[in-house]
Design a binder for this molecule. Structure first.
Ligand code: NDP
Length: 289
C-alpha cells in the first residue's frame, strides 16, 4: 500500500505557483475571500487560504460580513468585487447561512472571477471540456493528486460516492473527459443507490465524498483499488484538546491494507483544494491581463 501524500504534492504545486507569480509582470494576482459569519470550520479554511496565498505571493482581501447579511446585501458586495479591476478571483466560503441561496450566490460571481468553479458557466465548461473555464478546486485537486501519483484513469472504472455540485458531479465529469489522464468509465452513487457495496467493489478507483465518517469499510473495496477519501468529518474525541478529531469517509485503518494507493485524512485531498484555488487565481490574473 502506498500513501498518497497530499501535503507533499500540494507543496510541490505551491512551489511551482510561487515561481510563476514571481515571474508575472505588473500587479500581483488578488483573491477576495468572503466569509459570512463565524462557522469554526470556515474560519480555519479561510485562514489556511489566506496563509497559502501569502506564501505564493498573492494578495488576499478578507471580507467578513456578519451572519445577518441579507442575500441582497451579499449580491451588492459581489457586484462590487466583480466590477473591481484589482480583484482577480472571488471565493465565497461555504456553508452560507440558511437564509441565503448558495447556488444563487455561485451564479452571482462573475464567471471570469469564479476561481471556486461553481458558476453555471464554469460547470458548463467542464462538461464541454473547454479549458478556458475554472474547474472546482476539490475535483481539480483530486485529478492532480491522481496524475501526480502516477494513476492514469484510462479504461479504469471510477466509482464516485456522492453527487454534490461541489465534489461528486464535477469529479465524475473530469474523470469522464476524453483527454490524457482521464478517459475513465464512471459510476456515480448516492443515497438512493441500490446495492451500493456491489458497485463500489467494482471500482478500480473509488472516490468517497459523502460526509459520513468511516462509511467505506473493507467489504466495499476491491483488493488493489486506489481510494481517494474526500470526507472531512469532525468526530467527538475526548482525548483531543479540541474535543474532536478529523476523519474521512473511509475507515482508513481497515481499508488501507487492501488498497494499492490511498489518501489520508487529514493530509490528502484537503491541501490540494487550497492549492488549486491558488492555481485558479493565478490563471484568472493571466486571463485578465
Ligand atoms: P454533500 O452533503 O453536499 O453531498 C453528499 C453526497 O453523498 C450526496 O450526493 C448524498 O446523496 C451522498 N450520500 C450521503 N449519504 C449517503 C449514503 N449513506 N449512501 C450513499 N450516498 C450518500 O457533501 P459534499 O460533497 O459537499 O462533501 C462531502 C464530504 O467531503 C464532506 O465530508 C465534506 O466535508 C468533504 N469535503 C472536503 C473537501 C476537501 O477539500 N477535502 C471539500 C469539499 C467537501 P444524495 O444526493 O442522494 O443526498
Amino acid at each position: 500500500m502506498e500513501l498518497i501524500d497530499g501535503n507533499q504534492i500540494a507543496a510541490a504545486l505551491i512551489a511551482e505557483l510561487k515561481a510563476e507569480v514571481a515571474a508575472l509582470p505588473g500587479r500581483k494576482p488578488c483573491i477576495a475571500l468572503v466569509r459570512v459569519g463565524e462557522d469554526p470550520a470556515s474560519v480555519s479554511y479561510v485562514r489556511k487560504k489566506e496563509k497559502t496565498a501569502a506564501e505564493i505571493g498573492l494578495i488576499s482581501r478578507i471580507i467578513l460580513p456578519p451572519i445577518t447579511i441579507t442575500q441582497a446585501e451579499l449580491f451588492t458586495l459581489l457586484d462590487e468585487l466583480n466590477a473591481d479591476p484589482t480583484v482577480d478571483g472571488i471565493l465565497v466560503q461555504s456553508p452560507l447561512p440558511k437564509h441565503i441561496d448558495e447556488v444563487a450566490v455561485f451564479r452571482r460571481v462573475a464567471p471570469e472571477k469564479d476561481v471556486d468553479g461553481f458558476n453555471t458557466i464554469n460547470l458548463g465548461k467542464v462538461a464541454q471540456e473547454d479549458e478556458t473555464g475554472f474547474v472546482a478546486c476539490t475535483p481539480a485537486g483530486i485529478m492532480e493528486l491522481l496524475s501526480r501519483s502516477g494513476v492514469d484513469l484510462k479504461g479504469k472504472h471510477v466509482v464516485v460516492l456522492g453527487r454534490s455540485l461541489i465534489v461528486g458531479k464535477p469529479v465524475a465529469l473530469l474523470a469522464l473527459q476524453k483527454k490524457a489522464g482521464a478517459n475513465a468509465t464512471v459510476t456515480i452513487c448516492h443515497s438512493a443507490t441500490a446495492n451500493l457495496s456491489a458497485i463500489t467493489r467494482q471500482a478500480d478507483v473509488l472516490i468517497a465524498a459523502i460526509g459520513r465518517p468511516e462509511f467505506v469499510t473493507p467489504d466495499m473495496v476491491k483488493a488493489g483499488a486506489v481510494v481517494i477519501d474526500v470526507g472531512i468529518n469532525r468526530v467527538a474525541d475526548a482525548s483531543k484538546k479540541t474535543g474532536y478529531r478529523l476523519t474521512g469517509d473511509v475507515a482508513f485503518d481497515r481499508v488501507a491494507p487492501l488498497c494499492s494507493k490511498i489518501t489520508p485524512v487529514p493530509g490528502g485531498v484537503g491541501p490540494m483544494t487550497v492549492a488549486m484555488l491558488m492555481k485558479n487565481t493565478v490563471k484568472a490574473r493571466r486571463l485578465s491581463a
